[in-house]
Write a protein that binds this ligand. Structure first.
Ligand SMILES: Cc1cn([C@H]2C[C@H](O)[C@@H](COP(=O)(O)OP(=O)(O)O[C@H]3O[C@@H](C)C(=O)[C@@H](O)[C@H]3O)O2)c(=O)[nH]c1=O
Length: 173
């Protein structure tokens, strides 16, 4: 009997698996995710960030840079014609959202949403031409590394943007 139902109620769908992995979201074509476990040490912990032998993608690491984001800070939407980003949150918790606008892609129109944190580290490889946006959902400043396969070209940045509230991307950060 559901005589206790009220307007607008919704039943939860599965969000997590029995071993605490996020219920499978099918990845946008070309996106790779590598979950990393923190190695607890007597004086803190150690976290691997990138290894070539993880074979996440075929391209090298040409540059590594770090972004510090204020609490609640949003940096969106970005895309690169030929550069692969590999995003790794080293401090805090960030929401990383991807959108596939590639018309010939098998995952055209798809959104991927990741909650990434130093508590549960992940390396996310974002292929070229996939839109991405990030939001610091922590109460403190967050740090994110980007390990790119083509170093930043000061005189000709491989960087396209649309505003964070662009109706062209069906997601509100
Ligand atoms: C990437 C980069 C930027 N810059 C300069 C350019 C600019 O004046 C300033 C800020 O750079 P951006 O506008 O690219 O930063 P931002 O808008 O925060 O974009 C960054 O955010 C994330 C989510 C991405 O995906 C990245 O590709 C990255 O470019 O720093 C460098 O000097 N060296 C670099 O390697």
């Amino acid at each position: 009997m559901n005589n206790w139902y009220i307007d607008g109620l919704q039943k939860d769908k599965q969000s997590i698996t029995a071993d605490w992995n996020r219920h499978k979201q099918s990845l946008i074509a070309g996106v790779e995710v590598r979950e990393v476990k923190n190695v607890i040490k007597s004086n803190g912990h150690l976290t691997e960030i990138y290894r070539k032998d993880w074979q996440l993608d075929d391209s090298p690491v040409d540059q590594v840079f770090q972004i510090m984001m204020q609490p609640g800070g949003i940096s969106a939407w970005h895309a690169h014609e030929s550069t692969t980003d590999r995003l790794f949150v080293t401090l805090g918790t960030m929401k990383i959202v991807l959108y596939d606008s590639r018309q010939l892609s098998p995952t055209f129109g798809q959104i991927n949403e990741f909650l990434v944190s130093d508590l549960r580290p992940q390396l996310i490889s974002v292929p070229p031409q996939v839109w991405h946006g990030v939001k610091n959902i922590s109460a403190n400043a967050a740090l994110m590394l980007n390990l790119v396969d083509k170093a930043y070209q000061y005189d000709d940045p491989d960087h396209w943007r649309v505003p964070a509230d662009s109706p062209a991307i069906p997601y509100t950060l």
